[in-house]
Design a protein around this ligand. Structure first.
Ligand code: FDA
Length: 301
């Protein structure tokens, strides 16, 4: 990280909202459902599928979790009405996980039940390590009721992930595998870049060999290559996995994946809570901070 990036990273809360907004435009579809539908249509036209995330932070009041459920139900209807090739991604803490696990389970089941009726699918995102056990319990419970309509996420930076893969394989699970985005303690997570990569590849092979459907979620070109090699070597059918990327990151890599004939899904966040989401993304990925600096000194980028 250079000095410029360090400055921007640590000064992030001081960066004016309109500046963050100009950078966020690349990573967030917009504030409204119309914006999300437009971004999904563009991705579908490119040949990619979508997964839509309604932006929001952890809720502490039940009424806010209820509102999130309603937003997701509206989103599922919109996807159906417009015949968009997209599913949805949800965050348990936005649906009440930290208020009460039972409440969260009911909320997730409400969303997954509607998705199942519509022939659609819900991905449960993985948050920080304080949520891992509860999120996997949630996945087990919802999977039992709607086995083909729900999936979960595993993070290759956690020590526990290989054991979690072993536990989940008997379900015939649908897993998004990613590196993991939170700052986790050294006692429970790999911090070395190469080890996180190696653990990604190890668990990817284990999942595919075990019959799981895998969303290979990465922009790391080495891992994209590794994913392509593993599916080729194991003779995995194109309908048993997909690559996944975030909106706005490395459009050239999107073309590489699609033109090689692999399926690709783009994670499309939208909603009025774009500001905290963008600040988090910028903090977590300091190399992106240079865009903030550029936006500060240029007009209309
Ligand atoms: P790496 O961080 O090495 O990045 C590779 C390249 O991509 C670098 O050049 C980097 O600059 C660029 N890049 C990566 N992320 C970028 C960004 N946001 N903006 C601009 N450039 C970027 N994590 C989690 O803990 N729980 C989850 O549920 C999910 N869900 C999820 C869904 C999808 C579809 C993706 C792609 C990722 C996630 N993640 C996630 C995030 C994931 O864990 C990880 O933090 C990021 O993908 C970055 O890791 P890479 O594998 O891309 O490698």
């Amino acid at each position: 990280m250079n000095l410029f990036e360090t400055m921007v990273k640590h000064g992030m809360p001081l960066v004016p909202k309109p500046i963050v907004g100009r950078v966020a435009r690349r990573y967030v579809a917009g504030e409204s459902l119309d914006d999300a539908a437009r971004a999904l249509r563009a991705m579908n036209d490119e040949g990619a599928m979508g997964t839509v995330d309604v932006l929001g932070e952890e809720v502490k009041e039940e009424s806010k979790a209820d509102r999130a459920v309603a937003e997701y139900l509206g989103l599922l209807e919109r996807i159906e009405a417009e015949k968009l090739d997209a599913n949805v991604s949800i965050k348990p803490t936005m649906l009440g996980l930290k208020i009460d696990q039972g409440l969260c389970e009911n909320n997730v089941k409400t969303i997954v039940a509607r998705a199942a009726e519509l022939g659609n699918f819900v991905r449960i995102d993985m948050e920080d390590h304080t949520c891992t056990d509860a999120t996997l319990d949630l996945y087990h419970a919802v999977h039992e009721a709607y086995p083909s309509s729900v999936g979960v996420v595993l993070q290759s930076y956690l020590h526990r992930t290989t054991a979690d893969v072993s536990d989940l394989l008997s379900l015939g699970p649908n897993i998004r595998l990613c590196k993991g985005i939170y700052r986790e303690p050294l006692a429970i997570s790999w911090h070395d870049f190469d080890t996180v990569r190696a653990n990604f590849v190890y668990n990817l092979e284990k999942l595919l060999e075990g019959g799981a459907y895998v969303g290979i979620a990465t922009h790391d070109r080495h891992l994209v290559w590794a994913g392509m090699s593993v599916v080729d070597r194991l003779g995995i059918g194109r309908d048993a996995y997909e690559f996944q990327m975030l909106l706005g990151v490395d459009p050239d890599l999107r073309k590489v994946i699609l033109s090689a004939g692999h399926r690709l899904r783009i994670y499309v966040p939208f909603g009025s809570d774009w500001y905290p989401y963008s600040i988090r993304r910028l903090r977590e990925n300091p190399s992106v901070a240079k865009h903030v600096m550029r936006a500060m000194f240029t007009r209309g980028s």
